[in-house]
Design a protein around this ligand. Structure first.
Ligand code: AHG
Ligand code: MN
Ligand code: MN
Length: 365
C-alpha cells in the first residue's frame, strides 16, 4: 500500500517500502541515505543557531575565511557543513569515496573504515551568500555507483565521478527554510519530508511531488542580461512583454539566489529557473556546477515530471569532463524548458547583430 501524507511515515519507513521493490537489496543504500539525512539534520541545527553558533560549540567563527576551489571566499558554515557531510558518511561502509564543492580533490574513505559500492557528491551549503541575511539555504547531494575497479579496492580518482546524470542512483536536497525539508528521489518519483524538530525525524509530508507542466513564473538573475545568449534574451523578453507580447499572458519573476530554494518553489507550484551559459567570464561556461548542482536537481525535476537542460541538450545526458565543471542550467516546468530548448535550436533570427554573424550552435554544447 502506498504511503500517504498525514500518516506517521518516517523517512526510514519510506526507504524500507522503496526497498521492497528490490528483494535482494542489502540495505546499504538505505543506510547511506539515512547517514546523509543525519548530516542534513546536523547542518540544519548549525544553520538555525546563526550568529549564536559559536556559543553552542559549533566554532563557526574559527572555521571561515579560507578560499574554496572556485576562488570564492568560504562562508564559515560552508566549512562546517562540509565537515558534517564527511563525518556522517565516511564511517558507514557504504561509500567508495566522496566529492564536494568545498574540496578540490575527491575525498577517499580513511583506512580505518570499510569501503562500499557508492559515491557521494555534494554541495554542502548552497546559496551560502544568503546566510548572513537569514534567507533560506540548503544542501544538495547525488549518489552514483562506484565503478567496479574502485569498488574492488582500486584507488579513488576523479574519473570515477565523471558519470552522466542519468546514471545517478539517487539525488536530493535539504532545504533550511522556515521548516527543514528533505526532498528525495531514489528513481521512483520524488518525495518530500518535513523535519519534526521534536522527534528529530523527517516525516513524509509530500509523497508524490509533480512539477506542473505549464507556468507563468520564471527565475533568472537579470543583472547578467547583457551577457546572455540570444535564445535566453528572446525568452525573457517575451515573458516581460506579458499580455501584450507573443506569449499573450503576464509572467511573474523571482530570484532568491539559493538554487535549492528556487528548485523547491518550482516543485511546489511550477516555474522555470535559468542560470544559462553566458559571456560574463569566458573561463566559466555557466555559474552552477554539473556534478553536485545541475545533475541532482535535474534528476529530481525529471522524476517529478519536469525537465532539466543545458538549453541545447538534456542535462542528464551530459558527459562530465571534470569534477568541478560548470554548466548552463535551465530547469522546471516541462513546456517552458522545451520552449527554451526550441529557441536554442532555431536559427537565430532574433540576434541583435546581422543574421550573417548570428551565433551558431553547431560548434557549442
Ligand atoms: P553556492 O552558495 O553553493 O556557491 O551556490 C550559489 C549559487 C546558487 O544557489 C544560486 O542560484 C546562484 O549561485 C546565485 O548566483 P548569483 O549570486 O549570481 O545570483
Ligand atoms: Mn551551490
Ligand atoms: Mn555551496
Amino acid at each position: 500500500m502506498p504511503l500517504r501524507a498525514r500518516t506517521t511515515a518516517t523517512l526510514t519507513q519510506y526507504l524500507i517500502q522503496q526497498r521492497r521493490r528490490f528483494p535482494h537489496a542489502s540495505g546499504d543504500f538505505n543506510a547511506l541515505i539515512l547517514d546523509v539525512a543525519m548530516a542534513c539534520k546536523a547542518i540544519a541545527k548549525s544553520v538555525a543557531y546563526g550568529a549564536l553558533a559559536d556559543l553552542h560549540g559549533n566554532h563557526a567563527a574559527d572555521a571561515g575565511g579560507s578560499v574554496n576551489v572556485q576562488g570564492e571566499t568560504q562562508k564559515k558554515l560552508d566549512v562546517i557543513s562540509n565537515e558534517l557531510f564527511i563525518r556522517m558518511n565516511e564511517w558507514g561502509g557504504h561509500l567508495a569515496g566522496m566529492a564536494s564543492e568545498e574540496m578540490e580533490d575527491p575525498h577517499p574513505i580513511p583506512e580505518q573504515h570499510p569501503k562500499g559500492k557508492y559515491l557521494l557528491v555534494f554541495d554542502p551549503l548552497d546559496g551560502s551568500s544568503n546566510i548572513d541575511v537569514n534567507v533560506s539555504v540548503g544542501s544538495i547531494f547525488s549518489i552514483l555507483r562506484a565503478p567496479e575497479a574502485l569498488a574492488e579496492g582500486g584507488p579513488l580518482t576523479e574519473a570515477a565521478f565523471l558519470q552522466p546524470g542519468a546514471q545517478q542512483v539517487a539525488a536530493g536536497y535539504a532545504l533550511y527554510g522556515p521548516t527543514t525539508m528533505l526532498v528525495l528521489t531514489v528513481g521512483n518519483g520524488v518525495a518530500g519530508f518535513t523535519l519534526d524538530p521534536v522527534m528529530g525525524e523527517f516525516m513524509l509530508t509530500h509523497p508524490e511531488l509533480r512539477v506542473p507542466e505549464d507556468t507563468s513564473e520564471f527565475a533568472i538573475n537579470a543583472s547578467n542580461s547583457r551577457f546572455w545568449e540570444t535564445p535566453v534574451k528572446r525568452y525573457v523578453d517575451e515573458c516581460l512583454a506579458g499580455k501584450t507580447g507573443p506569449r499573450g499572458k503576464d509572467f511573474n519573476m523571482r530570484w532568491i539566489a539559493s538554487m535549492v530554494a528556487e528548485a523547491h518553489r518550482i516543485l511546489m507550484r511550477g516555474g522555470v529557473f535559468m542560470y544559462p551559459r553566458d559571456s560574463k567570464d569566458t573561463n566559466k561556461p555557466g555559474r552552477l556546477r554539473l556534478l553536485y548542482e545541475a545533475n541532482p536537481v535535474g534528476f529530481i525535476m525529471e522524476q517529478a515530471g519536469g525537465r532539466a537542460s543545458t538549453g541545447r541538450q538534456p542535462m542528464l545526458d551530459v558527459q562530465p569532463t571534470s569534477l568541478h565543471q560548470r554548466i548552463g542550467l535551465v530547469f522546471g516546468s516541462k513546456n517552458e524548458v522545451e520552449r527554451i530548448e526550441r529557441y536554442h535550436a532555431e536559427p537565430q533570427k532574433f540576434n541583435d547583430h546581422a543574421p550573417l554573424f548570428a551565433e551558431r550552435s553547431l560548434f557549442r554544447d
